[in-house]
Design a protein around this ligand. Structure first.
Ligand code: HEC
Length: 523
């Protein structure tokens, strides 16, 4: 109690008033810039921008509910089952900070504290591609979600390997995903010429049974650089098929997505195969055929016996349609260890893509890979394409179903499991601001002393408990000193000898709340 009184004596009233809520400038802008604005910018796929305070304030209620329900940011895979590279996830602290901000009326705070607004230019990461293939200008036609395939000819006269690839949407506000396939048959071209506009409609895959998946793009993905010495084999004369999802409301807009490829004819490349090891055909499906009666929820089981050599697995990409509601895969090694692979407890057809393991995963020889997929063909499934529900069987159409779990894999090589995918294969994302994610709520009940004040050459700050970060701002709002992400220090000092004389604000944050204290430096 005594300590508490001492604490109060240090603080001004305005300080207390401002210590109650997370603010846009101190907390929320950074969370948005790190997790949301890649899609929610004026040219992004998100339905509104979240770049500025005035953008966000109008959406604050929706932001709170979308983050509480974990609908946003979109990341259907369960992180507790298997963590992947480049996860789009908020921590519970970030979700709580957003709720705290909204519940307190979504205050802006001190505008000058806000991090710099990120700039999303359309610069490409692969600036000198060996081959660039582009879809013709296509004006989206039709209602609802459109899945359209475009046949692209890279003009390869000899076999090559892709060592890096980048899918660049022509119109970022309407391209929701791109799945890239290779095909050597004539089927895609035949489908294309039967349709008078560029490309052809195809909901599931490409409509050709000989297409193989190469890669997937979703908003926020960068270029994919294969780990050194690895690539995807492209036979001479291959066609590439890009299946693009344009969401509802895209009609009338024009797209001309292109793909940059780095290729090599080197024979020393190890081929990464994207194979649907678990799938709805025999012998993989154990309780098939994949057929879901109307008004039933049905679960199917799948199996795959891995080769007699160890395998390096780079990625996993499940694929189902609209009646699918959950999908899971794991492997059991010959000595009985279970390796979790992926769990999507709430399948969302609109948010599918390839998940990259943080490090390539070594699957021991003779392991067994198991899969489970559940389909809800009742009226309780809001995505059910049939009303009333009808029999659903395997096929490519919107009203058909599928169960494919692709794995990007190749024969194991010693050292593969030490490659760090997060840094070696994809460029860093925007992460240019600091925000607090620490344990909440110490500041109101702790003693803080800041002395001497005014200060000449060394300012001391002492307190009990956890402090997450400290920042010193000059009167122009420029940060002149900062100590970040340090949970355990109970005192620190700020050397002020090299800081100009003048008035400063010291902002201390514990994760949920921040307090600011005026400091005068004189020399
Ligand atoms: C990968 C792209 C992407 C990212 C990242 C993303 N969004 Fe979205 N967001 C979308 C798209 C597309 C929609 C519209 C379709 C939908 O709801 O799935 C949307 C819809 C929303 C909606 C309206 C729908 C609703 O549920 O009320 C809110 C609010 C929202 N996003 C907030 C956020 C916030 C906050 C973040 C970051 C924490 C975020 N989004 C991250 C793409 C994204």
């Amino acid at each position: 109690m005594k300590k508490y009184l001492l604490f109060l004596s240090f603080l001004s009233l305005s300080f207390l008033a401002s210590s109650q809520s997370a603010t846009w400038s101190d907390n929320i802008a950074c969370i948005m810039y790190t997790n949301c604005t890649k899609c929610h910018n004026p040219n992004g796929v998100g339905p509104f921008s979240l770049l500025t305070y005035s953008d966000a304030i109008f959406q604050s209620g929706a932001i709170k509910s979308a983050t509480q329900s974990k609908h946003m940011p979109p990341w259907p895979a369960d992180k507790n089952y298997r963590s992947f590279a480049h996860e789009r996830l908020l921590s519970q602290e970030e979700i709580d900070l957003i709720a705290n901000w909204v519940d307190n009326g979504a205050p802006e705070g001190v505008a000058s504290h806000a991090p710099t607004i990120p700039v999303y230019n359309t610069s490409e990461e692969i600036t000198s591609p060996d081959i660039k293939v582009q879809i013709p200008n296509y004006t989206v036609a039709g209602v609802g979600d459109i899945y359209r395939c475009f046949v692209l000819n890279p003009g390869l006269s000899v076999d090559q390997f892709i060592t890096a690839l980048e899918m660049v949407p022509g119109n970022r506000s309407i391209v929701h995903h791109v799945l890239l396939y290779a095909d050597t048959s004539n089927v895609p071209l035949a489908l294309d010429s039967a349709d008078s506009s560029p490309g052809y409609l195809s909901f599931g895959g490409t409509g050709s049974s000989s297409s193989t998946l190469i890669s997937g793009w979703v908003p926020g993905s960068g270029a994919y650089f294969y780990p050194s010495g690895m690539g995807t084999f492209l036979p001479a004369n291959v066609k590439l098929i890009a299946q693009i999802h344009y969401p509802q409301g895209s009609a009338g807009q024009i797209d001309s997505t292109h793909i940059n490829l780095k290729l090599t004819t080197s024979p020393f490349i190890r081929n990464v195969v994207m194979g649907a090891a678990l799938n709805h055909s025999f012998p993989s499906i154990l309780d098939g055929p994949l057929a879901i009666p109307p008004n039933q929820i049905k679960t199917f089981h799948f199996i795959y016996n891995s080769p007699v050599v160890d395998v390096t697995v780079l990625s996993v990409a499940p694929h189902m349609h609209l009646v699918g509601v959950s999908v899971k895969a794991y492997a059991v090694t010959p000595i009985g260890d279970t390796i979790p692979l992926i769990d999507i407890p709430k399948w969302d057809f609109h948010w599918q893509g390839a998940y990259l393991f943080r490090k390539p995963l070594r699957l021991p020889a003779n392991s067994t890979v198991y899969g489970t997929a559940t389909y809800d063909n009742t009226t309780a499934n809001p995505n059910n394409p049939n009303s009333p529900p009808q029999w659903v069987t395997a096929g490519e159409a919107t009203t058909d179903e599928m169960m494919l779990i692709y794995f990007g894999a190749l024969a194991y090589f010693p050292g593969d499991d030490n490659i760090i995918i997060d840094t070696t294969t994809v460029k860093a994302t925007y992460n240019d601001c600091e925000y607090s994610t620490a344990v909440k709520g110490f500041i109101n009940s702790e003693v803080i002393s800041i002395y001497p004040n005014p200060v000449n050459n060394m300012l001391f700050v002492e307190y009990d408990g956890l402090l997450f970060d400290a920042k010193l701002y000059n009167s122009n709002g420029e940060m002149v000193w900062a100590k970040n992400h340090t949970l355990s220090f109970s005192n620190f000092s700020i050397p002020t000898t090299d800081i100009n004389s003048g008035q400063y604000i010291l902002v201390l944050t514990d994760g949920a709340q921040s307090i600011s204290k005026k400091v005068v430096i004189f020399h």
